[in-house]
Design a protein around this ligand. Structure first.
Ligand code: SAM
Length: 269
């Protein structure tokens, strides 16, 4: 098992190179925050694994953050408690220590998914909540026509939802998370109706899949998208997305509760 906990590098990404732009382009979106809070179902003590700079950590809960990258830990807001330097695969907490646990946009970077999910289950009494993208649907997005390499990379990296559900066991549910048009958390699909944003290299850089792509692909992407925006070809095909309030894409919440705890959740199934 290759479990790293080093400065800069964590998982399969060099967060040192993703850089300091992450917190400004990946600001938590309040509608996605609500979906996460609903899934946590009122848990008071919450573990956040792969916490990054602290997005979606709510003041309503006592959050313990785990984050292996020094670069990400150093970008945490001053009002948040420091993150524990550890990895999902080896959580330094006792069994059942937390009411709930979440991991957001992180599982695809872990070196041992099953070990990480087993650990989350072990230290959590109630719901384990995974916000991630379904690899089955990441390619169903117009970006695939401009930068297939990026979405192929994402489809390869994101673990299968079924596999994660099986790993977590108990009672599981999967729910699509509608992406709002003005989503402040800038993952690729967040720009479904604002294609010009993806011409900004810093916005792309805040989505880790772009760091796997070589310069030639990036240049080809920029030239083609800019050309289609200038000529009106993009709008002819996808212009309706500019006024579509929400987009149901690949973003999902997987929620798993131990069988005997399910009665404590009063939200959706
Ligand atoms: C895309 S960032 C998401 C950060 C944050 N959860 C958010 O939503 O903004 C993925 C995070 O997972 C962390 N990570 C990578 N491998 C990990 C591992 N094995 N255990 C825990 N965290 C890991 C990375 O360091 C990075 O901060």
């Amino acid at each position: 098992m290759d479990v790293r906990s080093l400065d800069g590098r964590a998982g399969d990404v060099d967060h040192g190179s993703i850089g300091s732009g992450y917190p400004s382009y990946r600001r938590p979106d309040h509608r996605i925050a609500q979906a996460i809070a609903d899934a946590l179902g009122g848990a008071r003590t919450v573990l956040n694994v792969g916490a990054g700079s602290g997005s979606y950590e709510s003041a309503a809960a006592a959050v313990t953050a785990v984050e292996p990258s020094q670069s990400m830990r150093s970008q945490r807001a001053a009002n948040l408690p420091g993150a524990v330097n550890a990895v999902a695969e080896r959580l330094p907490f006792g069994d059942g220590r937390f009411d709930g646990a979440m991991t957001l946009f992180s599982v695809h970077q872990w070196s041992d998914l099953e070990a990480g999910l087993r650990e989350m289950r072990r230290v959590t009494q109630g719901p384990v909540v995974v916000l991630t993208c379904d690899p089955e649907s990441v390619r169903d997005f117009w970006l695939y026509e401009y930068a297939p390499e990026v979405l192929d990379t994402e489809a390869r990296r994101y673990p299968s939802i079924e596999k994660m559900a099986a790993c977590l066991g108990g009672v599981t549910s999967v729910q699509a998370v509608p992406i709002p048009w003005d989503c402040t958390d800038g993952f690729n699909e967040a720009y479904y109706g604002r294609p010009e944003m993806l011409l900004d290299p810093a916005a792309r850089q805040a989505c880790s899949a772009w760091s796997f792509i070589d310069d030639g692909v990036r240049e080809r992407f920029t030239t083609r998208l800019r050309g289609d925006l200038d000529s009106g070809a993009w709008d002819e095909r996808f212009g309706h997305l500019r006024s579509q309030a929400f987009h149901e894409g690949s973003l999902v919440i997987l929620r798993a509760t131990p069988q005997d705890k399910e009665e404590h959740h009063h939200g959706r199934t």
